[in-house]
Write a protein that binds this ligand. Sequence first.
Ligand SMILES: Cc1ncc(COP(=O)(O)O)c(C=O)c1O
Length: 387
Amino acid sequence: MTFDFDTPLSRLGTHSVKYDLRRLKFGRDDVLPLWVADMDFAAPDCVREALAARLAHPIYGYTLTPPSTHEAIMDWQWRRHGWRVEKEWISLLPGLVPALALCVQAFSRPGEGVVVQTPVYNPLFEAVERNGRRPVRNPLLWEARGHRMDFARLEADLDPDIRLLLLCSPHNPGGRVWRREELERLGEICLRHDLVVVSDEIHADLVYPGHRHLPLAAVAPELAARTVVLNSPGKTFNIAGLNTAYAICPDPALRARLHAAASTLHLEGVNLFGPVALEAAYGGGEAWLAALLDYLRGNLDRVRDHFAAHLPHIGCPLPEATFLLWLDCRALGLDASTLRQRLIDAGLGLSPGTQFGPEGSGFMRLNFALPRTGLDAALRLLGAALR
Ligand SMILES: Cc1ncc(COP(=O)(O)O)c(C=O)c1O
């Protein structure tokens, strides 16, 4: 089977955040957008066909989520990640970011501290702040091969007022796939300090050869009893606009707290099309996903060669997962806003590192999930901007 990731598709006229918010974000409409984490590729045919088939029935009224959706999630977690999930552990939720906020409400009280490992996808700490909890930053250490957790600082900073930790696994930005030893050590600290852990695993399927994602709850039974895993087919199959995610919570007591919080908001299901797409993707999208990962890997090789040849002073460790590069531009000696503006002036729309926490100062995040012609154009512009 062949899949076409090369042909550019115009997203103009589709109200895409990545393209249509350029003026607001960058002050001009014409930057090459390499920011929001979705891909400039068509979703797999199996997904489009399943959606078209459902669309053909002209009534879009209140709809139940069928048991087959839960089964598709259970099969996927087992096949891709070796994790046996039970049906009653799963709750469908309208997006992973809302699920994070829900978990903050369910597993902490106003005023309490919640640990986030910055720099991190900003909705993790925003979910904490916007719900009146206190973000406790546990900054990651940045090394030549990527981020590392600072366990000593975590131990030192925990206090009895902290009941919850939000993990990003694999990590965004930077694309680290946390190793078993790292997750075990983190789990052991959370056990000792009686913390609940919510693990955002939305990038779990976008892992490159040589690395293996481990769902946190599959690391050890005692960890499963205090973990909620959040996931979604949104990133993997480029269907984020369908706002369909899920929580997997093995422990009945934690699950009761999650359900109670969801019920206060009447969060009792997802939109009609999300489960259709999820089942089609998880059921028939694996060949497409393998081809996607090959293509992204090819993009990464191109990026690596370009940086080695033209921008050796920019740190660019290849991500182990995700389609996001974390560029260390600190050697340029520019402050965060000058760096950002320099890229905009060059015609590029990247995410500023500071969006992910103060540790991101001097860094920029680049989304490389686009056709090669676009990537090559981006690399040429980057070469000029960061020389
Ligand atoms: C770590 C992480 N979590 C969640 C999301 C978004 O999830 P959703 O679109 O389901 O709200 C993203 C998107 O970039 C992400 O990187």
